[in-house]
Design a protein around this ligand. Structure first.
Ligand code: HEM
Length: 208
């Protein structure tokens, strides 16, 4: 982005005041574009870490489905799945930290989502708390499997596996749409859920 004198006047035709104002204008526009570029890079990294964190949250419950399905007495299979789940849990914990820190940096450092009319940010905070709760619940389930104390069926974990999908949809739709007309936003959500339910039912029916 270049910095041009107002009305494209050649610099020698500008008065001293004009030159001073022009220099200020150039500096402000440089700082603004630098600031925006920095913010966009932080947002890029935020999205990359959030996507990687969610990859872990999607895959962990799939391992729980398999762990709950292991036949009693098949201890080698059980141990192999437990090792996979432990490693993935450690990695998912690690990815959560930069994902959250960069999001907080965008909010606190650039003031995005502050002030009146930013209900989407409040709703996003609530959804993020639910994601953290889900992450914590996965850690508890893993401890249960480690103690040999699982009480849930594979089908229960299949349903549990859908929770992060809904949370991710909620958060991404909130940050992208930034709804102000909440009624219309909820109607769109209900229509989307109805379509998802029909597609899911059709897929399940074909697999039977
Ligand atoms: C502590 C938690 C978090 C905070 C404080 C936070 C904050 C923010 C902020 C302030 C933005 C910039 C919005 C804009 O430029 O309009 C942003 C962008 C974004 N966040 Fe987060 N975030 C957090 C967690 C998450 C999570 C868990 C997800 C995913 C499920 C997520 C997904 C996104 C996406 C996709 C964008 C890009 C939106 C766009 O530019 O259109 N964030 N976040």
């Amino acid at each position: 982005m270049g910095c041009h004198p107002p009305l494209s006047l050649p610099e020698r035709e500008l008065s001293a005041l004009g030159r001073w104002l022009f220099a200020r204008h150039c500096r402000a526009s440089f700082l603004r574009s630098h600031y925006t570029a920095q913010m966009l890079w932080i947002k890029t990294l935020h999205i990359v870490f959030v996507a990687s964190w969610f990859a872990g949250l999607f895959y962990l419950p799939r391992i729980f489905v398999n762990l709950a399905d292991v036949a009693p007495g098949s201890s080698a299979e059980h141990e192999r799945l437990l090792t996979m789940a432990r490693r993935l849990m450690r990695f998912t914990h690690l990815l959560m930290v930069p994902a959250m820190a960069l999001g907080i940096g965008l909010w606190a450092g650039y003031g995005i989502g502050w002030g009146p009319g930013q209900g989407w940010m409040h709703a996003k905070w609530l959804a993020v708390v639910l994601v953290l709760g889900y992450h914590h619940a996965c850690a508890r389930v893993l401890h249960r499997f480690e103690r040999g104390d699982n009480r849930r069926s594979p089908n229960w974990y299949r349903v549990f596996n859908e929770v992060p999908v809904l949370l991710m949809l909620a958060i991404v739709s909130l940050v992208v749409v930034k709804p102000t007309d909440w009624g219309a936003f909820f109607v769109d959500w209900l229509c989307g859920l109805a379509v998802l339910a029909v597609v899911g039912l059709l897929a399940w029916w074909r697999r039977r």
